[in-house]
Design a protein around this ligand. Structure first.
Ligand SMILES: [Zn+2]
Length: 164
């Protein structure tokens, strides 16, 4: 399964039907049903129930979504009004994971991307973004922004924004 085929998060908890808050964590499972991926989301309280635990063990995969975090101010990169090119680079995976992540954060600030959720799959952390006003989503590997040569990354991004 491609990560971009992952169904969107449900608005309410599958068990108690309470609204799932965007600022709180939630737990999700995916079941295969007649070639469809059936997604179930649970609030933190319901996830602790043993009946839910049992059901979730039969799921094809399960993960925890973290609440949205503030983005670091120090990693601002100017896209020089080349937003479309930046989006193209992202969609075609023409960047390395660090560049990809920094561009995504920049497009997020410009409200060209919308943050959907953070998910852990097979021990890797991904962040899913939606391209505003479309149904398209992108899943990017989350990278650590500590210990990177930000100047070098910034230069490399700038070059790629101008190479057709
Ligand atoms: Zn619940």
């Amino acid at each position: 399964m491609l990560l971009k085929e992952l169904p969107k998060r449900n608005e309410i908890c599958f068990h108690c039907h309470q609204k799932l808050s965007k600022t709180e964590s939630c737990h999700s499972t995916l079941h295969y049903k007649a070639s469809l991926h059936e997604r179930k989301d649970y609030c933190t309280q319901c996830w602790k129930l043993s009946e839910i635990k049992q059901k979730s063990e039969q799921a094809a995969c399960r993960w925890k979504m973290q609440a949205v975090k503030a983005l670091p101010e120090t990693f601002k990169v100017s896209l020089e009004n080349n937003d479309e090119r930046a989006l193209y680079l992202l969609q075609h995976a023409l960047l390395d994971p660090i560049e990809q992540y920094i561009i995504a954060l920049s497009l997020l600030r410009k409200k060209i991307l919308r943050f959907l959720e953070e998910i852990t799959l097979e021990n890797s952390l991904f962040e899913r973004f939606q391209i505003m006003n479309t149904d398209q989503t992108l899943a990017l590997m989350k990278v650590s922004l500590s210990n990177i040569d930000f100047e070098k990354v910034r230069r490399s991004i700038s070059e790629k924004l101008h190479t057709k």
